[in-house]
Design a binder for this molecule. Sequence first.
Ligand code: UT7
Length: 331
Amino acid sequence: MKCSKTLSVEIASVGSYLPERVLSNDDLSEMVDTSDEWIYPRTGIRERRIAAPEQATSDLAAAAAEQALARAGLEPEGLDAILVATCTPDHQFPATACLVQAALGARNALACDLEAACSGFVYALTHAAAMLETGMADNILVIGAETLSRMTDYTDRRSCILFGDGAAAALLRRATDGGQVLYTELGADGSGGDLLIIPAGGTRSPASLETVKNRRHYMKIKGPEVFKIAVNKLLELLQRIPEETGVDLADIKMVIPHQSNARIINSMLKRAGMDLGKAYMNIDRVGNTSAASIPIALAEAVEQGKLQRGDLVLLMAFGGGLTWASALLRY
Ligand code: UT7
């Protein structure tokens, strides 16, 4: 789905939360046969954050949400909707968004989760923008939150080095400060679903002693296959921006890509002829946090003053599903 209609919707505020515990590459090298020398050059990751045992995804999400609301000066009762993008919910149901709604006391908000893996935040933002543009809602909290460490197999060196935990929230409203959503593109190819998957625990393969014994409740990733598809698909998304929007890539102030692998991001920008410095990167400190990755990076860019009102910013994601998404915003 492509939408090149300009929407008068803007990000009013952002908030983020990263758990305190740091898991470094050296820590991982004591758990599996790996090393910082292997991980960093291949991925750009040096460390990632891990949620405390008592924390679940809704706790991280609520902390990020509270910060976004406080920064916008909006009471929780003023929210019309809470959309949580996550592939690591607290439970199969209720939705993590409902737990966040209760934690915030946002009693007037609808609440539901959206699962599009690493593309989830951009998917949710696009749905929220459509609801705001039609006048169905005035204030929507879009949250990306993950506790991937709970689904990570720390005996599998091919995947455990990648993932971390965290959350971030963006409060979206009809524009009052000149912000716009200029273009969004969302896509999927379910035939590649097995490339990134938690095989058991759903209706296809319910939890059993066998599934637990065979470690089938952990994420399985066919890394090299995903890598190749991700680079090509992200490049396609990037190259479509000028033809769909008339915006020159040189005029984009910042690209905020899903932080999956620094090599994927650099390769995409290089092949598109873009300055590598345009990408906001925090993968070295945060790792891959799936649906939380783009909003965490966005929140940091805003907090650091690297993104100002009026700047063009391009959000880009690729992940499990397979799914992909881009959104060109005037911040
Ligand atoms: O967020 C959703 C999107 N996700 C992604 O886009 C992830 C995309 N994929 C990747 O980022 C990369 O494929 C990985 C970082 C996951 C893996 O890097 P790679 O360069 O594709 O490595 P590989 O899987 O092809 O493995 C190369 C070698 C293998 O050894 P042999 O079989 O050639 O002897 C692996 O066993 O490196 C070995 N290896 C490791 N060695 C040390 C794999 N993982 C590790 C490790 N430490 N952690």
